[in-house]
Design a protein around this ligand. Sequence first.
Ligand SMILES: NC(=O)c1ccc[n+]([C@@H]2O[C@H](COP(=O)([O-])OP(=O)(O)OC[C@H]3O[C@@H](n4cnc5c(N)ncnc54)[C@H](O)[C@@H]3O)[C@@H](O)[C@H]2O)c1
Length: 264
Amino acid sequence: MKLKGRTALVTGGANGIGAAIVESLADAGATVYSLDLATPPAAASMRHGVHALQGDVGRPDDIAQAFAAIDQAGGGIDIVVHNAGIQRAGLCGQLSHADWSAVLRTHLDGMFLCASAAIPRMSRQGRGGSIVAISSAAAFVGLPGRAAYTAAKAGLVGLARCLAVETAAHGIRVNTVAPGFTQTPLIERAMADGSLSEAWMLERVPAGRLARPEDIATAVRFLCSDDATYIMGQTLVVDGGWTAQGIGNAPGWLRQETASTDTH
Ligand SMILES: NC(=O)c1ccc[n+]([C@@H]2O[C@H](COP(=O)([O-])OP(=O)(O)OC[C@H]3O[C@@H](n4cnc5c(N)ncnc54)[C@H](O)[C@@H]3O)[C@@H](O)[C@H]2O)c1
């Protein structure tokens, strides 16, 4: 119960990684507000201490309303996780400006608006705080067909670094978590429309499996806790070794499971 007494806002908390983050923070004792485009479930069906708000992270009015609801509850705000995200695939020259803008708006405007509302409140409260943006392993490699997404996720890393430096003196920590391919509705939609395939993703994951949403939520919870008090402006990559790998499809003698029997 490391987050007992803390209040958190998680954007995109209705599905996938966001839903796992909501559960993980609630398991640690936090009161959690989820802000999502999706219609909120009936309050009676929500877990105790978890509240669902409806809104668009790219709309300043929706962010203002979400923070007004949190203000009204009277517990302040200690944690913000900007997780809401969308994907639009297409090679440059084919990707529309509307799709480019939608991706940057959801990821970057969303983080800017959430942080702009949270930081003055956290500063006034005087008890620090933790802001985490969900970036992606795509921030560190070129993913063809995903120019907007790659730029937005790299942008989040830069934005978090800048905000971390601006807020460190107030004990407010801003960091990013960069997941690799994670089993969520976003990935299932991409597999269904043919823009991703499981074999193509798995081929380059040294861990041999996709991430589960809980793998990402655990890293977020750590960064939100007092265990991470001195971590500021950093990115925690949670990708099963995907970005660390230099040689994909290595021959048998370079893999541990066959190294003892292989000759070369
Ligand atoms: N799944 C992956 O492989 C993967 C990998 C790296 C990073 N990520 C990132 O993790 C985050 C979560 O991804 P996911 O796979 O769980 O996606 P998902 O599509 O399963 O869930 C995303 C949630 O965000 C909400 N959302 C989208 N736009 C919104 C908006 N404008 N305002 C409010 N809510 C909005 C959706 O309604 C949905 O509930 C995203 O930022 C994504 O880019 C995912």
